[in-house]
Design a protein around this ligand. Structure first.
Ligand SMILES: [Cu+2]
Length: 319
């Protein structure tokens, strides 16, 4: 089934479904406990540990765990999900799996994840950027402090990351925290000009494949004169959007859906090109590398370059 991904601020139906689905997915009824994740890490000799209280987790918490797991797998360039070519396809697979879970809890196989066009807000004044409708009880709640209003107040953070050693900690459930626009390094969101700069790169990625390279992937991930674009949105929101457990905040998925949309715009202009190819470039980032997955089949980048069997973006229908 092909769903259509729409702008969060344009469709109230999609907005309400998204918020309801997130709350439903975050009910701690997955049958998976923190101790089960700890055993999984030990049994597979993975370079990650989980401490803290034992508790039953939500399906949503398992997505948070998956993101940290992928980040904890070091590769010769970056990790299993970031700081290299794999960044865009890995997050595309991750969003597809979340979208499938939302379709399941909503009972709507046509549901498509909404995106947040943050560059539109980046054109507003500094003081207006954190006061848009998005940060209200009708949408995802407070831009600053604990999220205590709107549907998202019914979500809870149960897995956090120790800032010192990167270890996961299972913690008593608490509200999501944000600090939008309060980080002195990043007072503003990315702008339309930044998106244009990413779209104007004509190679997807290139050697040395790392944070230093000027390529579509690296500009969009946000390392070039960073933090920019994707990275800048994480830093701008701050709070739970900072560490590896950043999917704790549903804003993560709105950000990444927009990042994925920009990649799709780029592919519409430049073709469904991906570097590195087979048998070359860093392991774990190649077009046929199996990506880190604990939910659904583990896919390779070549399987997600054309996402039309899962979804299209609204502007592709108009074009
Ligand atoms: Cu991100």
């Amino acid at each position: 089934m092909t769903s259509t991904r729409e702008n969060m601020l344009v469709s109230d139906t999609v907005r309400d479904q998204f918020l309801q689905g997130m709350v439903d997915l975050d009910q701690p009824n997955s049958g998976v406990f923190a101790r089960d994740l700890a055993a999984f890490l030990r049994n597979n000799n993975l370079p990650l540990e989980i401490r803290g209280i034992d508790q039953e987790l939500s399906t949503y918490d398992i997505f948070v765990f998956w993101h940290v797991l992928a980040m904890s797998i070091p590769l010769s360039v970056g990790n299993g999900a970031h700081s290299g070519p794999i960044f865009l396809p890995w997050h595309r697979m991750y969003l597809i799996r979340l979208e499938e879970n939302l379709q399941r809890v909503l009972g709507d196989p046509d549901f498509g994840l909404p995106y947040w066009d943050w560059a539109a807000d980046g054109e507003l004044s500094v003081q207006d950027q954190w006061r848009t409708d998005l940060w209200s009880s009708d949408y995802i709640g407070e831009a600053r402090g604990a999220v205590r209003s709107g549907p998202i107040a019914n979500m809870a953070v149960r897995l956090v990351q120790d800032a010192q050693n990167g270890m996961l900690v299972s913690t008593p459930p608490r509200p999501i925290q944000r600090a939008s626009g309060l980080d002195a390094r990043v007072r503003t969101l990315p702008t339309e000009a930044h998106v244009e700069a990413a779209l104007n790169q004509n190679v997807y990625d290139q050697s040395p494949w790392n944070q230093s390279v000027v390529s579509h992937r690296n500009v969009l991930e946000g390392w070039v004169q960073g933090p920019q674009l994707h990275n800048r949105v994480h830093v701008w929101i701050g709070g739970d959007m900072g560490p590896g457990t950043s999917p704790n905040d549903p804003a993560f998925f709105l950000n990444h859906c927009n990042v994925d949309r920009i990649w799709e715009l780029w592919m519409n202009q430049n073709g469904r090109d991906y570097q590195p190819g087979r048998n070359r470039g860093p392991q774990g980032h190649r077009i046929d590398s199996t990506m880190v997955s604990i939910m659904g089949a583990a896919l390779a980048p070549e399987q997600v370059l054309d996402p039309s069997r899962w979804y299209v973006y609204d502007h592709q229908l108009i074009a």
